[in-house]
Design a protein around this ligand. Structure first.
Ligand code: DQA
Length: 147
């Protein structure tokens, strides 16, 4: 399985930004965690982070024909981006949305997720562990599809 993992704006500030919400581990620690999860199940992965909506759209489009599935934490774009939703729909790859925090227990504006409309599953409030769940879910999902 070839996985594309996308992290949106300000996730590169992990460890510094609002540690009471996002924890004290930094972004390189998250990337290492994701890479270990993928290695454990023999999956290849590319981990991409951008603070720019268009760059995220470009990366999703580039996954067409090159990746088998997408894990995405669109960060703040979750609550605003029809462009990211449309890109996910355009490529039609199985996708899972992840949030470190529980967006449904935070401000009301965080309760709306546009990308979730193109995702098989949303995982939130589990910190780094949410990425593991997403990776394993997509691995199992693709195995089922290939049966
Ligand atoms: C986030 C939640 C979003 O509401 C927020 O804008 C983020 C991070 C999370 O991982 O909990 O930047 O996606």
């Amino acid at each position: 399985m070839k996985l594309l993992i996308i992290n949106g704006p300000n996730l590169n500030m992990l460890g510094i930004r609002e540690p009471n919400i996002y924890g004290r581990q930094d972004y390189p620690a998250l990337v290492a965690y994701i890479e270990n999860c993928c290695a454990a199940i023999g999956a290849e992965c590319k981990v991409f982070q951008s603070n720019h909506e268009g760059a995220i759209v470009d990366e999703i489009q580039a996954a067409y024909g090159t990746a088998d599935a997408i894990v995405i934490n669109p960060a703040a774009y979750t609550h605003t981006s029809v462009a990211i939703l449309d890109a996910l729909k355009a490529v039609g790859l199985p996708a899972v949305e992840v949030h470190l925090s529980n967006i449904y227990e935070r401000e009301e504006f965080r309760h709306i997720s546009y990308p979730s409309l193109a995702c098989l599953k949303s995982i939130y409030g589990k910190g780094f562990e949410g990425y593991r769940e997403a990776i394993e879910y997509l691995n199992d999902y693709l195995k089922e599809c290939r049966k």
